[in-house]
Each structure stands twice: as structure tokens, then as C-alpha cells.
Design a binder for this molecule. Sequence first.
Ligand code: NIG
Ligand code: FE
Length: 420
Amino acid sequence: MIIKNIDCLVTCKGSYKKTKDDLKDAGIIENGYVALEEDKIKAVGCGDGYRSYMSSQDVIIDGKGKTVTPGLIDCHTHVVYAGSRENELPLKLNNVSYIDILKSGGGILSTVRKTREASIEELIDKSRKRVDLMLMHGTTTIESKSGYGLNFDDEIKMLQVNKSLNELHPIDVVSTYLGAHAVPEEYKNKRDDYINLIINQIIPYISKNSLAEFVDCFCEEGVFTVEESKKILQAALNNNLQVKLHADEIEAIGGAELAAELNAVSAEHLVGASTEGIKAMAKKKVVAALLPATSFYLMLNKFANARAMIEAGVPIALATDCNPGTSPTESLQTIMTFACFGMKLLPEEIINAMTINAACAINREKQIGSIETGKKADITIFNSKNLNYLVYHFGINAVQSVIKNGKLVVENGNIVKGID
Ligand code: NIG
Ligand code: FE
């Protein structure tokens, strides 16, 4: 397959964590081309250079008027769940806080009840529809967290859904265990027992059966403390799993510092992160996975300080946080809007943050995240004459086509039939 005459080819080249001014360089080639061979990128260049890669059986796509990017990577999602939480809207509008809704048995805990009731087939079916939407919006790889089971069987069930989705669907799914998402109701008065269950039984089982690559923890005032999170993540490291952390989403309690101390691959949210925490993350090059739609949806009147993080040298990534409570969206294009208008990020910084740096947040930067020879042929084609236009025209789905593993999986904005 060859994509030629591309008005704006955004390569995001460089398979490493981009920081500071490097984030402003999206490796843009005007009048570019990309040649694919099977599931890999064979050549990238400009002008007529593509002709030397042409053969008679090639599918040729015209990139006139298009912006072409690496397939988008959503490095933080909670896409596997049952039920929905629109009933929380009036509570939110009456200023009941997110943590107070959770403390009264709602929020995450209400999704836990629904997810426990659902069979594995029901969960696959519901999640698959959301993953379809992600693909239609230009996403080709996601990270997916458990965390709505909160007991042995239901957490393993969620991780098995991740595994099935990865096998069934063109999108690649990277699995994260988030048993420490909330203390389940049956452990309300014995939280240490729940933490011990996670540490002594669930984490070793997950590691032994390769059900997740990462372990995450909701380190937040009123949820899990820094000490508890440290204990859980240390157990993960001892079991050869890598760690991530929901850190300082609402209050600054030292989550960013903990992520740096443990050499976490990423720390996520960071709306309240302290200056010291940001410095510590920069020193250890912990990726900051920022989730601006969540700040908006929680009505925090505050976004993570992405500009300060970039200034300090933190590699930033952007993700949807797709979940039923704080960010019910599958679209990384929606995140572009909040990243630009809420966090004041440039279009080049935004696209690097949802491609190559997002790949770094899930340890996949050698395979995906940029349009370079030898990388996976995961590519998104937008109906947009340049990168600025893509961010400027908001609230629509600008995707024309998506190529996953060298195959056309979305055409004219619709999923190509029979791709599974
Ligand atoms: O990233 N903060 C914790 N977890 C999710 C929300 C989950 C939920 O409310 O269902 C988040 O915001
Ligand atoms: Fe989250």
C-alpha cells in the first residue's frame, strides 16, 4: 500500500521520550509519502520518491488535502465496564464532590456492582463497541485497566476481557491491573485485608499467568494513601510487573514523588502535582499521562500544569481516560481540544503526546508511535489540510481512514466490514 501526495505527513519520528523543544517538532513532511509492506512501514519521503516502491498490485491512496499521522495511542483507559453513570450528573451540578459520591457507595462502586453482575461475554460485547468507536476516531492501540471487579474473580474476568479484545479486535490492547481503584464495600472496615489480597494473591496470579503488563493504583486523598500505594506497587515490581500510578488527580498528596521514587513508567492525571513532584518526575523521565477531559468533566476549574511540566523536562503524553464516571469519551480528537484550549499545548506537542510519547507510556516506542521505516504500519488519515486545522476544527470526527497492521480498517469514516 502507498499513501502519496500527502499535504501534511506528521511522522513524529524519534523513538524516545520527547521533552521540552523536541515536543514542538512533529517531524512534518509536506507533499509526503509512505510506502507499506505487509504490516510494516517500508519507506517514508516526499514528492515522487514513492514511485520506486510501486508495484502493480499496490493499493494507492491519495493524500491530497489530508493530514496523516501515526495511529493514535490511548495510553490510559478504563474501557471495560458495564452500566453508565448519567444519574451522577444532577449530583455533580449540586456540588456533591466526586470523592463524596464514591464514599456514599456511588461512583466507581456503582460501576463495580454492574461489572460484577455482567458475564464475560456481555463485557466483551459492551467494550468491543467502545473500542470500535476508538478505532473510528483514529486510535490504533490502547491501554486498558481493570478496577471495576475489586475481587479475585471479577478482576481476573476484566483482564480476560482485555485479552479477548486484543485477540478479537484490530486495536492492540495493553493490559493493566488496577485492583487498587477503590476499597470494595465488603472490605470497608478491613482495608488492610483487601490490600493483602491484592499483594499476596492477585498480583502473583496475574504475573504467573501473564494477564497484565502493568499494575496501577488510585493514589488519592480518601482512596489509597501514598504508603498503601507504595506497598502495592512494590509488590508488583517484586513480581516482575511494571508500575503506573493515578497520582494527584484531585489533591496533591505526593503521588508524583512516589512515581519517581519507584521509577514508574508513567504517572497519570497530576492536576494537583507539586513543583517538587514534577522535578522528581523530570529527573527520572517518568511519563506524565495527562487527561484533560477528566479535569473538564470533574469541573475542577483547573488542568494539569502541562506547560510547567514541559518546562521542567517531563515527557508528557495525553489520553482519554475513557471511563463511565469522569470521562465518558472514546475520542482522542476530543482530548486534542482540551489539551489545546485548556492546557495551552501546541498542535505539534499534542500529536507527539498521543503518538510517540504515549507509546513510551506503555513501553511500545520501538514498535509504534511514529511513521518510520521498520515500525508497524499503524496510520491515521484525517480530512484536514494541515495539523493546525485538525486541532482548530473541533467537535467533529475528522478521520477519513485508519490503517492497522498494514490493513485498511476504517474507510470514509466507517469500519470496514469483516475486519475482525
Ligand atoms: O481516572 N480516578 C480514578 N479512576 C478514573 C475514574 C473512574 C470512575 O469514576 O469510574 C479516573 O478518573
Ligand atoms: Fe483513570
